[in-house]
Write a protein that binds this ligand. Structure first.
Ligand code: ZN
Ligand code: ZN
Length: 181
């Protein structure tokens, strides 16, 4: 997904596209690691407005993914959606400023994405936005009961026998603790 700067009307432009997961290398890596596999293509809409020599982008994306529940370890499918704002700004040629790394970090913190040349390629930014849309601790259901920490039974499917008299493992250590009188 690209935009030639010379095709950019002063009033702004709206672009839509559908990206195939197979063409998104960062997502392919995540799928190989088992972290997240996209199960649908990614629908993207970008509204791009030129502002003072920069290009402000409001974007929306939507796709579907297979994730692993962080509590019960079951695989499940869920929709991933994101609404984001970034601003593309031209890289300063020559870069007379201090060490590039520090400068890049500052730019990213402000939601600024550097580009050069006559067109903007949105692909890397979009891959990043998809990754940011993946929950850090995915849950198959908000009330997922998880696995019994003793016998491993999936508590969504029924209770196990060890459940009634177990102590929270975080508190188990306290059970034998002798407190001074
Ligand atoms: Zn679960
Ligand atoms: Zn159990």
């Amino acid at each position: 997904m690209r935009l030639r700067i010379s095709d950019m009307p002063a009033a702004g432009i709206s672009l839509t596209d559908t990206l195939e997961a197979a063409n998104l290398p960062q997502l392919t890596v995540l799928a190989r690691e088992g972290a997240c596999r996209l199960t649908a293509s990614v629908d993207v809409t970008l509204y791009i407005t030129p502002v003072a020599g920069m290009y402000r982008v409001e974007g929306k994306l939507r796709t579907e993914a297979a994730l692993t529940c962080s509590r019960c370890l079951a695989d499940f499918e869920t929709a991933l959606a994101s609404h984001f704002h970034v601003t593309y700004t031209r890289e300063i040629p020559g870069g007379e400023e201090a060490p590039g790394e520090a400068r890049e970090l500052d730019a990213e913190e402000m939601g600024l994405v550097p580009f050069n040349g006559e067109e903007i390629d949105f692909k890397d930014m979009l891959q990043e936005q998809i990754i940011l849309a993946i929950p850090m601790q995915p849950l198959c259901h908000t009330d997922c009961q998880g696995l019994c920490s003793y016998c491993g039974t999936d508590l969504n499917r029924g209770e196990c026998n060890c459940r009634a008299d177990t102590v929270d493992p975080r508190l188990a250590a306290l059970k034998n603790l002798k407190l001074p009188e």
